[in-house]
Every structure is written in structure tokens, then in C-alpha cells.
Design a protein around this ligand. Structure first.
Ligand SMILES: C[S@@+](CC[C@H](N)C(=O)[O-])C[C@H]1O[C@@H](n2cnc3c(N)ncnc32)[C@H](O)[C@@H]1O
Ligand code: SF4
Length: 335
């Protein structure tokens, strides 16, 4: 296999595929209602890549070196028959397949996902405090039902479940230690994510970010921690474990310790646009060539060309000025 690298020598190893731009939540930091309200025009069904198109692209990406695919969105479990897509992708040899969800539909879907061939899953949960969580998802969705989703996933064999918490100062920072306590010894792996300036709609300010070091210090003061070696070089989460053996947590310091130098990730939007950075303003259309009858060689050359020209390192050059640049929304590109 030929190794495809970009202008900074970074290989292409991970692909995030957004399967829908729609969501049943309106998290304040991701899909605020002022923008994603009744009049918002989501993609039409015929604009979405079909499962055949996604599978074809996935196989071509694997030929370029992709080893891991994460399905995301929007809310991926809202895509009709997403398990049918998983069944197709699970057949690609040597591929690590996973999915990120808000958990709301997991009680109904976890078993079907597992049966289709999914082996791991990440569930987002920003607080255990029901008032805080209902306010953050802005659709009054209760904590209890996400917890039921996490349990359903574990019971179906999608363990260990990773639980992602985005921390925003003044909103859910008081939930950090209670979340750590709750998920300790549960067998699930809790990961804290710094709030990022994705998209142009969430009104991000650096003051809203709780640095990962602060998260670790807060937890360590009550539940002593020690550092753990990364699972593999370039792992985005920094790992910590409880000194008393109560399991581990991760912190993802995308703002305070950017990892652009080791970034091997591409993103495919639900309508087939390829993005080489979460903070890009524009993607490269792959659906057009797919639907115009391009051959595998032609599409593969387009993928290689886009990656080969890549020189993105947004998070390393982030500043107050770059935060207000136009950027694509995360629910569209796939978080
Ligand atoms: C865009 S969501 C898509 C998948 C699914 N709907 C979910 O919430 O897990 C993927 C992840 O991105 C995170 N996210 C969204 N906006 C973010 C932001 N501004 N900063 C950091 N993480 C963010 C979410 O919390 C979630 O864990
Ligand atoms: S973070 Fe996930 S659940 Fe929340 S609005 Fe964005 S896509 Fe939906």
C-alpha cells in the first residue's frame, strides 16, 4: 500500500464520516437554536451520500492508509438504518470502526449496532446535574435517559464505553468532579474535552475554556491521579489513572495543547465533501465525481491530491483573530 502523506509529512490514518447533519439535541455550543431553528435548511435526503457511496469511499480511504473510521454527525443514530451502513463497513478488513452519539437512541439501538458489527462506541454527556444537562442540550433531555443509553451499550457488548464531556466555564465546570466520581469504577472511560471554537455560531471566547490541566488538578485534589503512557504515539487524549486503581480518565487539550503536528484525520461531510481540518472553511466535493461516474482510480487520485496538498495547523496558530474566521459547523462536518 502506498503511504499518502501531506505537506507536513502527516499520514492519513483516521476518517470521520458524518452520516447526517440533523440532530434531536440543540447543544448550546454546537447547534444553538438561534441558528438551527425552524427555518434552518438541513440537507435533503438526495443530497446525503447513500450507503453504497459511503462504503465505496471508505474502501478507497483505506487504500490510502485509513485504519480507523468514526461515524458521527449531527446525531448518527437518526440516520435511517445506520446499522445497515455499519454492517457494510464492518466487512472492510483491518478497519477499526466506531461511532459517537448523544446516547438518546441507544436503549433502542445498541443491540442492533452490536449485531451489525460495531465493537466500540463513544457517548457524549456533559453533566449529571439534570438542570445543567437539560439546559445544555436545550431540548430538556434528561440525564437519566443518556445513562440508560450508556448501560444499554455496555450490556450489548460495546464496552468499554467512552463518555465524552465538553467542559465550558460557568456552564458545567461544577460537574467535573461529580462526573469523575460517578464513572470511576464503572468500567466506562470518561474523557474531558476543551470547549473549541468550531463553527461560527457558538460565540466562543478563550475565557470559556477550562484548560485540561485545571480539570486534572481539580480531580487530583479529591481523587489522586497519576499519568499513564499513551496507547499509541499521537493519541489525542492524555491518559490518567486513579492511584487507588479505580480506572482511568482522559483529557483532550485541543485548545491549550494543540496536536496538529500529529493530526492524521480527515472528515467527510454527510453530502460527501472532504475536509482536512475541523476548522476549515471549505471542503472538496467527492459526491460530484461519484455521481458523474468517476472510476475508483479517479476518486482515489482526488483523495490523494487533497491530502497531499494539506498544510492545515489551525489549532497551533489559533488566536482571538482566527476564532472569528468563517468555519464550517461541526454538526455538518462531523465532530
Ligand atoms: C458534533 S457531536 C456529533 C455526535 C453526537 N451528536 C454527539 O453529540 O456525540 C461530536 C462531539 O463533538 C463535541 N462537540 C460539539 N461542539 C463542540 C465544541 N464547540 N467544542 C468541543 N467539542 C464539541 C460533542 O460534545 C460531541 O462529543
Ligand atoms: S453535540 Fe451532538 S448532540 Fe449536541 S447538538 Fe451537536 S450533534 Fe447534536
Amino acid at each position: 500500500m502506498e503511504m499518502t502523506t501531506d505537506r507536513l509529512g502527516r499520514p492519513l490514518r483516521d476518517l470521520r464520516i458524518s452520516v447526517t447533519d440533523r440532530c434531536n439535541f440543540r447543544c448550546l455550543y454546537c447547534m444553538p437554536k438561534e441558528i438551527f431553528g425552524r427555518d434552518y435548511r438541513f440537507l435533503r435526503r438526495d443530497q446525503l451520500l447513500s450507503f453504497e457511496e459511503i462504503e465505496r469511499l471508505a474502501r478507497l480511504f483505506v487504500e490510502h492508509g485509513v485504519e480507523k473510521i468514526r461515524l458521527t454527525g449531527g446525531e448518527p443514530l437518526l440516520r435511517r438504518d445506520v446499522e445497515g451502513l455499519i454492517a457494510r463497513l464492518a466487512l472492510i478488513p483491518g478497519l477499526d470502526l466506531t461511532l459517537t452519539t448523544n446516547g438518546s437512541l441507544l436503549p433502542a439501538k445498541a443491540k442492533a449496532l452490536r449485531d451489525a458489527g460495531l465493537t466500540r462506541i463513544t457517548v457524549s454527556l456533559d453533566s449529571l446535574d439534570d438542570t445543567v444537562f437539560r439546559a445544555m442540550n436545550d431540548v430538556d433531555f434528561p440525564v437519566e435517559r443518556v445513562l440508560a443509553g450508556i448501560e444499554a451499550a455496555a450490556a450489548a457488548g460495546l464496552a468499554p464505553v467512552k463518555v465524552n464531556m465538553v467542559v465550558r466555564r460557568g456552564m458545567n465546570d461544577e460537574s467535573i468532579v461529580p462526573m469523575a466520581r460517578f464513572f470511576r469504577e464503572s468500567g466506562h472511560i470518561l474523557r474531558f474535552i476543551e470547549y473549541m471554537d468550531v463553527g461560527s455560531s457558538n460565540g466562543w471566547r478563550l475565557d470559556d475554556v477550562v484548560p485540561a490541566d485545571e480539570v486534572v488538578a481539580l480531580i487530583d485534589a479529591e481523587l489522586p491521579l497519576e499519568a499513564v503512557e499513551p496507547n499509541y504515539p499521537g493519541e489525542v487524549a492524555t491518559r490518567w489513572r486513579y492511584r487507588d486503581g479505580g480506572g482511568e480518565i482522559g483529557v483532550i487539550a485541543s485548545v491549550t495543547r494543540p496536536f496538529c503536528g500529529g493530526c492524521t484525520r480527515a472528515r467527510l461531510s454527510a453530502e460527501g465533501s472532504l475536509f482536512t481540518c475541523l476548522f476549515a472553511a471549505h471542503g472538496h466535493d467527492l459526491r460530484g465525481p461519484l455521481r458523474e461516474g468517476a472510476s475508483d482510480e479517479e476518486i482515489s487520485a482526488a483523495i490523494g491530491g487533497v491530502w497531499g496538498r494539506r498544510a492545515d495547523r489551525y489549532s497551533e496558530i489559533r488566536s482571538a483573530a482566527t476564532a472569528s474566521r468563517p468555519k464550517v459547523e461541526m454538526s455538518y462536518i462531523g465532530g
